[in-house]
Design a protein around this ligand. Structure first.
Ligand SMILES: CC(C)(COP(=O)(O)OP(=O)(O)OC[C@H]1O[C@@H](n2cnc3c(N)ncnc32)[C@H](O)[C@@H]1OP(=O)(O)O)[C@@H](O)C(=O)NCCC(=O)NCCS
Length: 239
């Protein structure tokens, strides 16, 4: 997936505002308040000394137009994996292992014909993806292992209708996810294009924002985190 320039521009403007509110240099705000480091394929350590990050900042210093440079730099980066190491995949869903042995569920649009992966007409396929994934989990990880989700997507009926109520009932807001796609993903559609209405809402709130506290509330949708054992999913999907 290649994301549109407007998606990077939006994050760049967000970092500029965060820099103004916090007193941080722009270079630090770009590291701390955008998804750039991950999108550039530099990993997840957010190490300001990483050669790739230093190359980006060096170019930024010399660039007349920082947003144009950012996108040029992104487009030159190799298409490496930008997600954490995945253990297994089923259609649009996959999982990885967290440090404490809980499992983290991931969603990525895997429809190749441009159709809506979360649309009502694809609900059956998504439930089949999840049933296969949880049948696999039941056999390999056991039923008591806990599964964690964290995404803006848990705000949408189109996503919530794929999961057991008991899992959704544990939802709580996860603040401060400025470096991650589970927050920024709300601004792009399945083609990688910007969602203008969502971006406009962020910009409007950002204009009125006068302190670093509450920066999270400028986003139209919060990141929600949810958690349940494998057994609850198995009952729901009948596996
Ligand atoms: C997730 C993603 C594929 C959705 O793309 P999309 O083009 O908006 O998807 P669709 O237009 O097919 O919408 C699917 C459904 O979601 C709903 N939806 C999408 N955005 C919505 C929003 N902001 N508010 C309410 N509903 C929304 C649509 O109404 C539709 O539901 P419906 O069929 O019941 O009407 C896309 O945002 C994406 O790839 N994001 C980046 C990656 C990401 O966020 N991954 C999750 C990280 S955890």
């Amino acid at each position: 997936m290649i994301y549109a320039k407007a998606f990077f521009d939006l994050q760049f403007q967000f970092a500029q505002k965060a820099a103004a509110l916090s007193g941080l240099p722009l270079a630090d705000a770009l590291l701390k308040y955008t998804n750039f480091y991950i999108r550039f394929g530099l990993g997840r350590d957010f190490d300001r000394a990483h050669p790739g990050w230093r190359e980006y900042l060096a170019g930024l210093r010399d660039a007349g137009d920082g947003q144009a440079w950012t996108y040029r730099f992104y487009m030159t980066r190799p298409c490496g994996p930008a997600s954490p190491p995945v253990v297994a995949t089923s259609g649009c869903f996959s999982y990885s292992r967290l440090r404490d042995d809980r499992l983290r569920l991931h969603f990525e649009n895997a429809e190749t014909d441009g159709s809506s992966s979360l649309g009502i007409e694809r609900r059956g396929r998504r439930l089949a993806d999840l049933a296969a994934l949880f049948a696999h989990l039941k056999g390999t990880e056991g039923e008591s292992v806990r599964v964690v989700g964290a995404s803006w997507l848990y705000n949408l009926d189109a996503y919530r209708r794929l999961f057991p109520k008991s899992y959704l009932a544990t939802a709580r807001v996860l603040p401060d996810r400025f470096q991650h796609m589970p927050l920024w993903g709300q601004f792009v559609d399945r083609h990688g294009e910007i969602k203008e209405d969502m971006a406009r809402r962020l910009r409007e709130r950002l204009r009125r924002q006068s302190s670093l506290e509450g920066l999270d509330q400028c986003f139209p949708l919060p990141v929600l985190t949810v958690e349940a054992p494998v057994s609850e999913f198995c009952v729901f999907y009948g596996v």
